[in-house]
Design a protein around this ligand. Structure first.
Ligand SMILES: [Zn+2]
Length: 423
């Protein structure tokens, strides 16, 4: 029988974690074994089949779930994430009602490319588990954010870091926990890493690094502190975020960074490149910190521009304030040039987020829409709107248009709808 509860109440008072259990990691063998207890809440209409994504390197060794009829693990080629994840279909004997929850106990194991970030090799002492490398926990196809409380079992020479809390316990394993619901579970596992926490004004910045120079660390901390302060000051303290963990990934040339959860992001560690292209790296940092406010949409769908376009545009606003108006205009020109290469049949309502033009659409087209909106309504009203989108955790284009309708009126809502549809 399913357990019916109001998720907010359950989280706040009964401390039910959406994802709990343990994960055992053996880096030297690239081996992972886990038992995950997943509280699946059906946010949609009654359904007989639950679907979860599971990293394609993992095999299910045991699955337990009330009302279980059978489960099938397969690669659904039609899925937007088929290159990363298999689909685990859990068929039930009777339908799960809307808002009803069911407990799934899932054991799995497999050999994962632990020392890899996408296609880029990482040093043997460094592992990233999450968005761009591997995802350890089953992920609902609805992309519902989840809280987690997991025990990470690994050789005690490894330190474990997570966007939430990470506490080492007596047996040498580490408990990672987040009461803020995030899209997936992320952590870094490493040996011989340096960790330092610095306070800048009201903000605490924790830096995890491996062989990074002092000058690089200093510059990253300065930029990070400035961005946190800028967003908090600009978008108001209703959504204030005052701590952040930055991991400097020990990879020579990799132009990539990502944000996870609400106080954590990773960037890379090429000292030479960092000082050669400071504005570019400032852009990366301000974009990732922007995600602490704007990252609630499904990143595999057309709504991804509400994550990437927003993070990109607030990053440009930060550039305008930190580096000046000329640099901002230069960046806008770059955006426009990127967009000229796109077929004009593509719109923010119809593009494929994981297709050939997915990133250009999500990042550049999305940011340009906000730039044009600002030109019509002015900076102050744009700031109020962006803050509202963050507070309400807006996930879809239609919900965004509704907010505009409420805040700026029906005419502006129509304009934005036209822009989204490329009309
Ligand atoms: Zn982003």
């Amino acid at each position: 029988m399913g357990l019916i509860f109001v998720p907010q109440l359950a989280r706040g008072q009964l401390k039910i974690d959406d994802v709990s259990g343990w994960v055992q990691v053996q880096p030297e063998k690239n081996f992972v074994r886990a038992e995950i207890i997943y509280q699946y809440v059906n946010r949609q209409q009654a359904k007989r089949q639950l679907e979860l994504y599971l990293d394609k390197h993992l095999q299910v060794t045991h699955l337990q779930c009330s009302k279980l009829n059978q489960f099938i693990l397969s690669n659904n080629k039609k899925s937007a994430v088929a290159d990363l994840w298999n689909t685990l279909s859990i068929q039930l004997q009777e339908p799960l009602a809307q808002n009803e929850s069911v407990t799934i106990i899932l054991s799995y194991q497999g050999n994962l490319p632990l020392h890899q970030f996408g296609d880029t090799p990482l040093p043997k002492n460094w592992m990233e588990i999450g968005a761009n490398s591997i995802s350890l926990t089953p992920f609902p196809v609805e992309f519902t954010p989840a809280t987690y409380n997991l025990e990470i079992k690994a050789n005690p020479v490894y330190q474990v870091f997570s966007p939430g809390q990470a506490k080492k316990n007596g047996t040498g394993s580490t408990r990672i926990q987040s009461e803020v619901a995030t899209l997936g579970v992320y952590f870094i596992l490493g040996s011989n890493l340096q960790v330092e926490t610095l306070t800048r004004g009201n903000n605490a910045i924790t830096l995890i690094s491996d062989k990074a120079s002092d000058s690089l660390k200093r510059e990253v901390v300065t930029m990070t502190a400035w961005c946190l302060e800028y967003y908090n000051r600009t978008f108001g303290n209703r959504t204030a975020k005052q701590q952040v963990t930055v991991a400097l990934r020990p990879v020579k040339e990799l132009d990539a960074s990502y944000a996870a959860g609400e106080n954590y992001f990773v960037t890379y560690n090429s000292q030479e490149d960092f000082f050669r292209r400071k504005i570019f790296h400032f852009g990366n940092i301000s974009h990732e910190i922007g995600h602490f406010w704007w990252q609630h949409a499904d990143f595999t769908s057309t709504h991804n521009w509400l994550n990437e376009g927003f993070a990109d545009y607030v990053s440009l606003m930060a550039i305008r304030t930190y580096w000046g108006k000329d640099e901002f205009e230069k960046q806008i020109q770059i955006l426009k040039t990127t967009l000229m290469k796109l077929p004009d049949t593509l719109s923010l309502a119809n593009y494929d987020a994981r297709g050939k033009f997915g990133n250009a659409m999500s990042y550049s087209k999305g940011a340009l829409l906000l730039y044009q909106l600002e030109a019509r309504i002015g900076e102050n009203r744009l700031i109020e709107l962006l803050a509202e989108v963050a507070i309400r955790k807006i996930k879809t284009s239609s919900a965004f248009i509704k907010v505009i309708d409420q805040m700026l009126g029906v005419e502006e809502a129509k304009q934005v709808e036209k822009a989204i549809n490329n009309e």
